[in-house]
Design a protein around this ligand. Structure first.
Ligand SMILES: NC(=O)C1=CN([C@@H]2O[C@H](COP(=O)(O)OP(=O)(O)OC[C@H]3O[C@@H](n4cnc5c(N)ncnc54)[C@H](O)[C@@H]3O)[C@@H](O)[C@H]2O)[C@@H](O)CC1
Ligand SMILES: Nc1ncnc2c1ncn2[C@@H]1O[C@H](COP(=O)(O)OP(=O)(O)O)[C@@H](O)[C@H]1O
Ligand SMILES: [K+]
Length: 498
């Protein structure tokens, strides 16, 4: 699904009406019908609709009309200078007048009356501002938003919670706190940033009849990953395939006290479907891990010639889980980079050890995927964790452009980007927040790269599958561990590709 900005909304508006002749009022009526699907009129029998003067307000007036037709007790409040109604908002406003609907201008004088209505209604619909919000909210608008937040039993926001920037998710002075946001055509970029979480409630996105060609003309190469994407990106297994068809991957991982990370990363690659997996690790933990890994091979760093051959033969290599943030890890990365140009997936200590040596990534002839959590990205970029988390998409894009690597920024709504094409992952939940999860993701992504999936897509698909499994398991379990994910991998991938 395309991620949308306010600019895209107005470009698409213009293209729909100027290039192909769909009048704005038709788009608005489509939006109104789409929104009606998500308003629970079985429970919400009395509803206040609060409208601004722009097209978001126009949607609100249209929704009010359809609610009246359904027999709902509707009170409509228009906020702002009625002479400044947008063309389509005025059409819907005039229809309501002609229908003798209960419509009032909401100003300082009747603010108390409005508050009383808000508190006595089953729900309020916020149609004050959508993608057209331009500046901080003040005056009567501020008071109305305060009143809705204080009095409304349940709040629907149309397109955006009024007060949130649709591009950045920042609060422009004050914002509606919605229980449900009904957004149109795109998942708005601002709703992805963490700052929107307190305000947006449940988010639904409805199509309103924008032709595909027009959407494709104006998007910014930012998408939310969908199940259908995964099934395009992962190679199907064919009848005469053999283990050579599914890639040889190598996992450099583990050290004393961190044998679990090595096991998890290697076993995740096995269960994702790699043809052959080899774990390369410290001699002192090799035996312990070998006992757990039945399918993967193991090798110790001491077997120099064998390690060199394994590197040269690998289709994709993971480096980092549990290796320790030290010069040894860096020298392993150096050694690998000198001997191959296969895709490298670098996680955890691998990332930390590279933070002073970013030039290595730039000079590497193959692709590099870095999978930092915000703390690791902070070490890599020098930005604070809170700066990173308040602008996740742009920070990840910038890091990708400066390092030359694909960046997978972990956490809720993981961002995957090469600096130009960006995917935001919709799956996963906080039941996954426990040790070993990142190692598991590294194994999945490396395995997909080894099978021939293009690295950016492998990273996006890996994050999707990882979170998809956690979403299923967390319905029954309080916490989801990496070993739960590993066991479910073959079933989940089959399900997703079906
Ligand atoms: N193709 C589309 O994109 C469609 C868009 N529609 C709706 O149209 C909305 C966008 O409409 P508009 O571009 O008219 O914008 P809005 O309705 O979001 O707001 C614009 C109006 O608010 C004023 N304004 C902005 N910031 C303000 C502030 N802080 N204080 C006071 N006034 C402020 C502007 O001067 C303008 O009058 C979307 O969010 C969506 O709800 C729908 O009608 C369907 C079609
Ligand atoms: N609240 C959450 N919502 C969605 N995904 C999460 C959440 N918390 C953690 N995850 C996912 O779990 C994984 C944790 O990885 P990481 O922090 O590297 O853990 P570890 O270092 O223990 O392996 C990441 O893929 C991350 O996106
Ligand atoms: K709104």
């Amino acid at each position: 699904m395309i991620i949308g900005t306010s600019n895209m909304t107005s470009n698409i508006d213009n293209a729909c009406s100027n290039d192909i002749g769909i009048p704005m009022i038709v788009m608005m009526e489509n939006a109104v019908h789409a929104a009606m699907k998500h308003i629970d009129t079985k429970i919400h029998k009395s509803i206040c609709v609060i409208c601004g003067m722009g097209n978001n307000g126009g949607d609100g007036f249209g929704i009010a009309r359809h609610l009246i037709l359904k027999g709902i007790d509707v009170k409509i409040f228009a906020v702002g200078n009625i002479n400044k109604l947008s063309e389509c908002a005025k059409i819907n406003f005039d229809i309501l007048k002609n229908m003798d609907a209960d419509i009032k201008i909401l100003d300082e004088i009747n603010l108390e009356y409005a508050k009383d209505r808000f508190s006595k209604s089953d729900a309020c619909i916020d149609a004050l501002f959508g993608t057209g919000l331009k500046r901080n909210i003040e005056g009567i608008y501020r008071k109305v938003i305060e009143a809705i937040n204080e009095k409304s039993a349940y709040t629907y926001a149309i397109d955006m919670p009024s007060g949130l920037s649709s591009d950045t998710g920042k609060v422009m002075g004050i914002s509606i706190k919605a229980d449900k946001t009904i957004s149109f055509e795109f998942y708005k970029r601002g709703l992805i940033e963490y700052s929107s979480d307190e305000y947006k409630g449940e988010v639904v996105v409805e199509k309103i009849g924008v032709p595909k060609e027009i959407k494709e003309k104006f998007h910014n190469y930012e998408f939310i990953t969908e199940k259908e994407d995964i099934s395009k990106w992962i190679k199907r297994r064919k009848k005469n395939d053999h283990k050579g068809s599914y890639g040889k991957v190598t996992v450099f991982a583990g050290s004393s006290g961190f044998s679990g990370a090595a096991y998890i990363a290697a076993q995740s690659a096995v269960k994702t479907g790699s043809g052959l997996v080899t774990l390369v690790t410290e001699k002192e933990i090799q035996d312990i891990v070998s006992r757990k890994l039945s399918e993967a091979m193991t090798c110790s760093y001491d077997e120099k010639n064998r390690v060199e051959k394994i590197i040269c033969d690998s289709d994709a290599i993971a480096v980092g889980p549990g290796m320790g943030n030290n010069s040894k890890t860096l020298s392993k990365i150096n050694e690998i980079m000198e001997k191959t140009s296969s895709t490298l997936v670098i996680d955890a200590d691998g990332i930390n050890s590279l933070s002073e040596n970013l030039k290595l990534i730039k000079d590497y002839p193959g692709k590099v995927i870095l999978t930092p959590h915000p703390g690791e990205l902070s070490r890599l970029t020098g930005k604070s964790i809170s700066d990173i988390n308040s602008n996740r998409i742009d920070t990840a894009k910038e890091a990708a452009r400066t390092t030359g690597a694909i960046i997978l920024l972990k956490g809720n709504r993981t961002v995957i980007t090469d600096g130009y094409n960006t995917f935001v992952n919709p799956t996963g939940n906080s039941a996954m927040a426990n040790g070993g999860m990142g190692d598991c993701l590294t194994g999945i992504i490396t395995s997909l790269c080894g099978m021939g999936t293009e690295p950016l897509h492998a990273a996006a698909a890996g994050a999707y599958i990882h979170g998809y499994i956690a979403d299923i398991i967390s319905e029954k379990q309080f916490v989801v561990n990496a070993s739960d994910i590993i066991n479910y991998l073959p079933v989940a991938i089959k399900e997703i590709l079906r």
